[in-house]
Design a protein around this ligand. Structure first.
Ligand SMILES: Cc1cc2nc3c(=O)[nH]c(=O)nc-3n(C[C@H](O)[C@H](O)[C@H](O)COP(=O)(O)OP(=O)(O)OC[C@H]3O[C@@H](n4cnc5c(N)ncnc54)[C@H](O)[C@@H]3O)c2cc1C
Ligand code: SF4
Length: 503
């Protein structure tokens, strides 16, 4: 992926402006450039091709993660969240797991929010196209002890365990996904869809943050953006466009729209998957730091919660242990015997994204529901029981002040009065639902196909559109919904022009 920084950028014109190059932006840009539109994409972050992928996580935090990975949703218990900020967005630092949400959730959302043409059968071909764009497929060969322990843990309990598809081509298992893929095997946007976008004539400018969308009554005219040169100098440019698609992700899209004067429903309905991690220690050597993250998930309790495996590496162990260093640092020398697993609740609580005056940061809030807490608590118990039965000698949950458990009895005693909620370190890498779609303006910020209410040429196409927590990894849904927005746009524009009389 070449670097698309332009040496000298003047004010620009395009037919379609796409803001953000992640799962949503890349996909919508690709579909529209393929349909013959002149598309310009602006991306705040830099381009990090495979040969320039950092070696360490700390370097990756600075180059590829938004705000160095230091982002927090406030609420009854804070939830640390993460998103990418580079060409390709979060897909450059994600694990590329590709999952479709349960059909019953899709049907439920269509009904609650009155979303047109939003049934499993409408969406299925879009998920198929998204899968083919990133080559979603099984990983063959040895998956490693890290994966096998989770599969065994579920199967011993007779729970449903499913293998996970990933967007990859010949992954060699460097366990580097969250730092950036050094081999180009991960079919992140920069290794897949953005290449096709460029092949179809799409233009992309990196290091370019859009500060404001320019509005004139029911039309948007363009956007003002700040481009940073390779030498670090900033320049303000204006891009004029006939149509704009905002694809900055579930926290940044609402911020940009709010700052540009759009208010109706923006940022409301925000959801995430609250997640609690544990480190499990075994007698046997696992060397999880040398293999891919677990490619199985325990899906028995889906959609309420899912049990899965986290990226396990020295830096991720280090960060986990540093949460309560005094009590946990002694575990580090046993890293070869450790693995990290998680319980991820569906996320039925509610949040919102708001602007902070005079700041580019977002005020992100999420209140866990009682159901969220119940799912995390029951899920944690089930995870611990299954791991102990599979041979774990010790389990350390991500709860400050809580000593590691050495048996099922110890775990049950330790949380017999419930989880100490204020001491739980929750995190998430899945955020959505901040621009809800549907035909009822009281419940939504955009119509069924992502067009912002009251506007004629302003659309959203990213994770913000997923109506509620999907209970599975969201990238597939982001791509499917972006394709849906783009295809509808093309169809509507075609029918508009075919109605126009010839002069
Ligand atoms: C560590 C991690 C692991 C994950 N693992 C998985 C997984 O295995 N499977 C899965 O399905 N999902 C996973 N996810 C989630 C998935 O990657 C996201 O849901 C998905 O990428 C969201 O797509 P998006 O287009 O909404 O946003 P993003 O992909 O985050 O892209 C948004 C882009 O817009 C840019 N942008 C924002 N504001 C502006 C602006 N004002 N001007 C210009 N550019 C802007 C951002 O810099 C960013 O590059 C993971 C996420 C993370 C962080
Ligand atoms: S495990 Fe390594 S080779 Fe495979 S996709 Fe991730 S970073 Fe790339």
């Amino acid at each position: 992926m070449p670097d698309y920084i332009l040496e000298e950028i003047k004010d620009l014109n395009c037919e379609v402006l796409v803001i953000g190059s992640g799962a949503g932006g890349a996909t919508v840009g690709y579909e529209l450039s393929k349909a013959g539109y002149d598309v310009l994409m602006l991306e705040e972050g830099q381009s990090v091709p495979a040969e320039k992928v950092p070696y360490t996580l700390s370097e990756s935090f600075l180059k590829m993660w938004r705000y160095g990975g230091m982002t927090l949703a406030k609420g009854n218990t804070p939830v640390a969240y993460a998103e990418g900020c580079c060409v390709g967005g979060s897909t450059e630092i994600n694990s590329a797991i590709f999952q479709r949400p349960p059909e019953e959730l899709i049907s439920k959302w269509a009904e609650i929010y009155s979303i047109n043409d939003f049934s499993p059968s409408h969406l299925s071909p879009l998920y198929d196209q998204a899968a083919s764009l990133v080559n979603a497929s099984r990983t063959t060969g040895q998956l490693g002890a890290h994966s096998e322990i989770l599969r065994r843990a579920g199967e011993l309990r007779n729970w449903e365990v499913k293998p996970l598809d990933r967007g990859h081509k010949n992954c060699v298992g460097t366990n580097h996904c969250s730092i950036g893929c050094p081999t180009g095997a991960k079919q992140s946007m920069s290794n897949s869809v953005l290449r096709k976008f460029i092949e179809h004539g799409g233009r992309l400018i990196s290091n370019c943050r859009v500060e404001k969308v320019i509005r004139s009554e029911m039309l948007v005219r363009g956007a003002r953006a700040q481009v940073t040169s390779v030498e670090g100098q900033n320049q303000i440019i204006t891009v004029y466009a006939k149509h704009i698609f905002v694809c900055g992700g579930a926290t940044q899209t609402p911020i940009l729209l709010l700052k540009s004067g759009f208010n109706h429903g923006i940022g409301k309905g925000f959801r995430l998957h609250p997640t609690m991690r544990v480190i499990a220690e075994f007698d046997e050597t696992i060397d999880a730091q040398k293999s891919r993250l677990p490619l199985y998930a325990i899906t028995e309790f889906s959609p309420d919660y899912r049990i899965g495996g986290s990226v396990s590496s020295l830096p991720t162990y280090g960060m986990f242990l540093a949460e309560d260093w005094g009590a946990r640092s002694h575990m580090l020398p046993s890293f070869a015997n450790m693995t990290m697993y998680y319980v991820m609740a569906r996320g039925t609580g509610l949040g919102n994204v708001a602007k902070i005056p005079f700041s580019k940061h977002a005020a992100v809030k999420y209140q866990l529901s009682l159901e969220d807490w119940n799912n995390i608590e029951v899920g944690l118990q089930n995870l611990a029981i299954s791991l102990f039965e599979s041979g774990a000698r010790k389990i350390q949950p991500s709860i400050n002040g809580m000593k590691a458990w050495h048996s099922i009895d110890e775990m049950i005693t330790a949380i017999s009065y419930g989880l100490p909620r204020k001491k739980c370190n929750l995190m998430t890498i899945h955020m959505f639902s901040s621009i809800r779609i549907g035909e009822n303006p009281k419940l939504s910020a955009a119509n069924s196909f992502g067009k912002i209410w009251g506007m004629k040429n302003l659309y959203v196409a990213d994770a913000s559109l997923i109506p509620e927590s999907p209970a599975v990894n969201p990238q597939a849904s982001v791509m499917a919904l972006a394709l849906r927005v783009a295809k509808n746009f093309v169809q509507k524009e075609k029918s508009k022009h075919s109605d126009e009389p010839f002069n």
